[in-house]
Design a protein around this ligand. Structure first.
Ligand code: ACO
Length: 311
């Protein structure tokens, strides 16, 4: 992969901004950008292979791929089908889900439901984005916030007791409210402008909604399982802004040491942000089997979602 680091200082050479402003307002220190010829599917395939290796499975063992992205390789077919072909998966199904920054949790919920009804045994859930392709370098209010990346998990069918001690996805909660479409969107598209467009965001407004909606959707997950914030081993939030993450930790009365924070390293990678953060915390040994992991995210639409998972 030729994915490259880009520090705040490097951006400041190009955009009217500073490392100080970006760190203070967002917590972001750097982000990664895909190489010129690298596509979302290339990042997704890389993440998918790493997830398969961790799970001790091969591509042929997978019967479902749900890939969350707002930055697909092409308008169609689904980027997930590229991943399917690359993994040598001849059976099963692969499709994309579009919920912008909430995309990974939406994809996880979709895959979980397929597994629960017996329509899939081993599902790959991927979040992959190349937001660098839709940034407007004339707009300092958005261009400094995003990065590229991909992360993936494997979800396998396993009999449980139906209690919160079971392994796997315990509960998912998805929401959307299209009335807020114009606060966070891309100003282009196939059937409107016939262009790809650029990210547009009313940052302050999005921030206010995010803090309220995320708090609500986290409560829903806890109520649905009869668990308490004190039971959470790790909060793995969408990595958009350190201030939003800090507010969530405070709301849950959770020690910040139990929050997985990668926004400083990755910036906002939209649907890739939660699985990238998961990957970091699993590989460095923080998240271990049996741990209770709470994920939450909010994105364009608006969409927002939470998932409680027993690792
Ligand atoms: N560098 C320097 N100054 C800047 C920059 C920049 N990159 N961007 C904006 N400013 C200036 C503004 O012009 C403004 O100046 P003014 O006061 O003279 O007008 C000042 O900084 C403050 O701007 P605000 O927009 O009020 O800054 P705020 O503290 O709200 O931070 C931010 C902006 C980081 C965007 C914040 O609002 C945020 O994180 N919002 C939520 C983003 C989010 O959660 N998105 C979720 C999902 S994303 C998805 O779905 C794709």
């Amino acid at each position: 992969m030729c994915i490259r680091d880009r520090t705040n200082d490097e951006l400041a050479a190009q955009v009217d901004t500073s490392d100080e402003w970006i760190v203070q307002r967002t917590g972001i220190r750097k982000r990664h950008f895909a190489g010129k010829d690298e596509k979302t599917s290339d990042l997704a395939i890389h993440a998918a292979r790493a997830a398969l290796e961790s799970a001790g499975l091969r591509g042929t063992d997978i019967d479902l791929i749900v890939l969350a992205t707002a930055t697909p390789d092409q308008t169609f077919p689904a980027t997930a089908t590229r991943v399917q072909a690359a993994l040598g998966m001849e059976n099963g199904i692969a499709f994309d889900v579009q919920a912008v920054c909430s995309g990974f949790i939406y994809a996880l919920a979709v895959a979980d439901n397929f597994v629960r009804v017996g329509q899939a045994k081993n599902a790959l859930v991927i979040g992959a984005e190349t937001f660098s392709r839709i940034l407007d370098w004339e707009d300092r209010t958005t261009s400094v916030l995003f990065g590229d990346g991909a992360g993936a998990v494997v979800l396998s069918a396993e009999a449980g007791e139906g209690t919160s001690a079971d392994h796997g996805v315990l509960t998912t909660h998805l929401h959307s409210d299209g009335r807020h479409h114009d606060l966070l969107y891309v100003d282009g598209g196939v059937s409107s402008t016939r262009t790809v467009g650029h990210v547009r965001m009313a940052g302050r407004e999005v921030f206010k909604h995010a803090v309220v909606r995320l708090a609500e959707v986290v409560d829903e997950a806890l109520e649905a399982t009869g668990l308490d914030a004190a039971d959470i081993d790790w909060l793995v939030p969408h990595q958009a802004n350190k201030r939003i993450i800090d507010a969530m930790a405070k709301k849950l009365d959770l020690d910040i040491a139990r929050v997985v924070m990668t926004v400083d390293q990755h910036a906002n990678t939209s649907a890739a942000s939660v699985p990238l953060a998961l990957d970091v915390a699993v590989r460095d040994g923080r998240i271990r089997p049996g741990h209770l992991v709470l994920m939450e995210a909010m994105g364009g639409g608006f969409t927002w979602a939470s998932a409680l998972v027993r690792w």
